[in-house]
Design a protein around this ligand. Sequence first.
Ligand SMILES: [Zn+2]
Length: 260
Amino acid sequence: MTRSTFNTINQLLWKGCWKSSLALLVGLGAFCQPANAQSTTAVGVARASEGLIKRYDPKVRDVTLVVPAPAGTPTACKQDNKSTNGDWEAYYCTLDRNILISQKNLNLIERRYGLAAIATLVAHEFAHGRQHAIAGFMSDAVWSVVFDELQADCIAGVYMRRATPISLSPQQIEKSRDFLESIGDYSVQERSWHGTPGMRGAAFQFGYNKGSLNACWASSQRNWRKTLEDAPDQVDRAIENAPATIDNLIDRGQKFLEGL
Ligand SMILES: [Zn+2]
């Protein structure tokens, strides 16, 4: 456990909370009554989640979570530092391996989806840190970020299952899924498409159910880059067939959208 996690948990304990696992921390709202209850508790859950995820996954121990990140927080990914932090409300910067999450974003998510969703958001951002450390991003090789985003949802499910010593309640899992579904979208032809709400919820649930980074294709032994290196013939065949596969996907996507 990191010093900051220990301190956070101590602070929460001092405020009358009596358990320290992530699953219980995300249920703290009912037990803790500090001044500024909403924001203080959300920040505490975010920091505690950071500590538990780092304890579980050595690959993200060098990632830093800045929370709450005030407007204008310096980041290597935004050189001017003049913008408000509205555009990195929850953001993983590959250049300095910092995650920035704004108070505004924490408040919004806590109000709508509860503290389980705060932990899920932190887990999703740390998942990007893991992708970065393991194989890099698929979006560097393919046109869309959708594979990285869905894989991060899957990894977040694994973190939520494995980084905490006890299971989340079915309601907490549902709230986490609801949150990810709320940030899904249908911009299937945009590079920034993050997956439909259904895809995002399903990827998270899959990761949670499997509880395995291998199942998310996010382990050292099993990841997209290793697949490329180990099976060049299959990859060549897939690339040859890619135009037909993409046409087929677009066709199916359009039929799906027409049916909405
Ligand atoms: Zn993401």
